[in-house]
Ligand binder design. Structure first.
Ligand code: CMP
Length: 392
């Protein structure tokens, strides 16, 4: 039973861990959510053909059934999560059910069943069904990033919002005093003036309320300028926070890839960190030429995943290099141009090290330099032997 539960876990939660069946499950679920939401949207068209309406209703039933089974499976396999707090057969599952994504899963199906017991306002029912879109959050790693950015930058963001609130109150109060005599119907109270203030500060400017007195217009002008400044502030904070977060994520991703290159295993963590910061990830599609014989020696490559083939001479079978191997080092160490053409045999994730960074790396890590040089010597000897055999 436990083995079965583990397998189901690999399917239900395994997509992000890279299990193929898990990916398939995710793809099917995402498709269903999108189709279901599209049906809800189109279902609001007043003159929809009855056939379509029937199809949409059928889809609704399918969706509810699938989402219910999915929810049940997720509860069942929650204990496989590996984290301690989900371990207990009862409390672990209850804790899982209280997580935000689990609550969303529940909220997407529960109204359907409740609607048989109590009568829902149709607008409400439509809104609740739209919640199914939120299910997609599980598959959006970008959303995680945004949430993290907002959390990390919460202090400047709160400061920005406070400034905006203060400016809004001051501007609206001034406009109220300037305009209330002339337009008592529009600027009759500070809350009324605040609606104008918000629309003006956000530079949306609906124009439903506009100051007409000279003083009111001056205040309006100032509000527009201040609005641009105070709205630009949070946008800037979020943008730079986002960039910073992406850099850190790339760093972690590259770190994981570097761990696949045995050459680096002998180094201590701080040294690996220094190298990771210098490496750039590049994807080569199958068949793509990465390095051309006779080309310039500007960088070297480590293979994190995939395979490449090295064609040294046209009439010699290519040498295949795999995950953990490196290439493009010869021209950097021995000088001159590239000794061979290297092309991707499969899609490959390559970690690229520019020539200058490579020289720094060699100076800082003599043992690494030795290891790479040893490989160069072996490869040169191999090529010499092959060349001699061809001439003989
Ligand atoms: P470089 O000459 O800079 O560019 C081509 C690369 O092919 C070369 O560095 C090596 O990394 C690689 N290469 C050349 N000969 C061999 C070989 N015999 N076995 C494996 N790789 C090789």
């Amino acid at each position: 039973m436990n083995a079965l539960r583990h397998q189901v876990y690999a399917v239900v939660e395994g997509g992000r861990l890279g299990y193929p069946l898990g990916r398939l499950f995710d793809a099917a679920l995402i498709t269903l959510v999108i189709a279901n939401v599209a049906a809800i949207v189109l279902g609001t068209l007043p003159d929809l053909a009855p056939a379509w309406r029937q199809a949409f209703d059928a889809l609704e039933i399918v969706a509810v059934v699938v989402f219910t089974i999915e929810y049940g499976l997720r509860i069942w396999v929650a204990v496989e999560d590996g984290r301690r707090r989900f371990h207990h057969p009862l409390w672990g599952r209850l804790r899982w059910m209280a997580t935000p994504l689990a609550l969303v899963d529940l909220a997407t199906v529960l109204p359907f069943y409740l609607s048989h017991l109590i009568v829902f306002d149709p607008t409400m029912a439509g809104l609740v069904r739209m919640l199914r879109l939120v299910k997609l959050l599980r598959y959006m790693s970008a959303f995680d990033t945004i949430a993290t950015v907002i959390y990390m930058e919460r202090r400047p963001l709160i400061a920005g919002a406070s400034i905006l609130a203060a400016v809004l109150v001051v501007i609206s109060t001034l406009a109220y005093f300037a305009e209330r005599g002339v337009q008592p119907d529009k600027f009759g109270s500070i809350p009324d003036a605040m609606w104008w203030g918000l629309v003006t500060l956000s530079t949306v400017g609906y124009g439903d309320l506009t100051p007409v007195t000279p003083l009111g217009r001056i205040i309006g002008g100032i509000a527009t300028v201040l609005g641009v400044a105070s709205f630009a502030l949070p946008a800037g904070i979020l943008a730079s926070g986002f960039a910073e977060q992406m850099k850190q994520r790339n760093f972690v991703a590259n770190w994981n890839l570097v761990a696949r290159v045995p050459l680096f295993n002998r180094l201590a963590a701080p040294k690996i960190a220094a190298i990771v910061a210098e490496l750039r990830l590049e994807i080569a599609e199958a068949g793509q030429v990465i390095v051309r014989k006779g080309g310039p020696a500007d960088r070297m490559y480590f293979i994190a995943t995939g395979e490449v083939e090295v064609e040294i001479e046209a009439d010699r079978p290519p040498v295949v290099l795999r995950q953990g191997d490196f290439f493009g080092e010869m021209a950097l160490i021995e000088g001159g141009t590239r000794r061979a053409t290297v092309a991707a045999r499969t899609r490959a994730e390559l970690l690229v090290l520019e020539a200058a960074a490579f020289q720094r790396l060699r100076e800082d890590n003599p043992e690494l330099d030795d290891a790479i040089r040893k490989v160069v010597v072996e490869r040169m000897a191999e090529n010499r032997v092959a060349a001699a055999a061809r001439q003989a």
